[in-house]
Write a protein that binds this ligand. Structure first.
Ligand code: AMP
Ligand code: ZN
Length: 113
């Protein structure tokens, strides 16, 4: 078994509601959605966070962003969406395998108010 939760999803050891899979990336629905559409996009190879993936393999980081935009389009988020990379514990990162949160389907104006 993978020690990393998201490597486990890549390997099929951990079930997930997968919406996109390529050799480079996997996208799946967040188990605890914060908006009507909440999809996580990860690289199939393990990198801890966005800083590490862009340093190690900028082309792969580009694939990740392209997949996030592709998911947003496929989910019908033509009015807008947010892509978030929580990076480090102070930002609330809890899974240390890089993931883009693709959020949309409601008003996401930020800061709120
Ligand atoms: P972060 O706090 O940025 O590290 O985000 C981790 C995200 O992973 C959270 O939004 C969790 O709800 C989500 N998550 C944790 N476990 C799973 C899982 N097994 N399948 C799908 N999403 C998950
Ligand atoms: Zn991993």
């Amino acid at each position: 078994m993978s020690e990393c939760l998201f490597c486990g999803i890549v390997e099929g050891e951990t079930p997930a509601d997968i919406v996109l899979r390529t050799d480079e990336v996997v996208a799946f629905r967040d188990i605890s959605p914060q908006s009507p559409v909440h999809v996580l996009v990860i690289s199939t190879s393990h990198h801890a966070n966005v800083a590490e993936i862009v340093a190690a393999d900028p082309t792969l980081a580009g694939h990740l962003l392209a997949a996030a935009a592709q998911v947003a389009e496929a989910e019908g988020l033509s009015n807008g969406y947010r892509i978030v990379f929580n990076t480090g514990a102070d930002a609330g990162q809890t899974v240390f395998h890089v993931h883009a949160h693709v959020l949309g389907g409601r008003d996401l104006l930020w800061p709120p108010g």
